[in-house]
Design a protein around this ligand. Sequence first.
Ligand code: URA
Length: 213
Amino acid sequence: MIFVLNKTNTIANQFLAELRDTEIQQDKARFRRNQEKLGEILAYELSKTLHYQAKEVQTPLGIANINTPADQPVLGTILRAGLPFHQGFMHFFDQSESAFITAYRKVKRGGSFLIQVDHISTPNLNDKILILCDTMLATGQSLVSVCKELMAQYNIKELHIAAVIASTVGIAHVRANLPKAKLWVCAIDEEMTSKAYIVPGLGDAGDLAFGEK
Ligand code: URA
């Protein structure tokens, strides 16, 4: 299952256009805030697929019956680029716990590389819904390695992967390796450079949000 936000014309397209625009990108606060907004919108769309249970709420004048989410998903992100997007999800799933993961590319002799999942800081994910927020789904290799590591450690009930921009290659890699994961993306781009930057994409999301390393 894949949900693509920009298939429908909404105000979200404005936030996405600003994120990609080299001039507007110079404003780091706006760059981060636009990612937060897209995280909020995707969180809202995703929330339509969760289970709800009836809740009675005492108001000053009586009892209101409201369906509220039966489970609070855990919100995960891979440091550091995904932080603003994750923040957007946190604004809507505001009672959720969070997981933070670091991973890096370990270059092997001959130039090939493997993904090393470095550090995981997470609440218990057994029987939990996990939403992993990663701004750019490029090759999908880090994301798949991280998910596999988490799935080896925990019995995750449901896995959602959210990205601002996904490449077709990244989507195919996720689908091949995590067939049960549900994907939530704002836009899909067709191309990638040899250094795995998405084209047209938006550039280096981590550097634009937090400064060059
Ligand atoms: N990470 C980024 O920040 N940008 C890309 O285009 C791909 C991966």
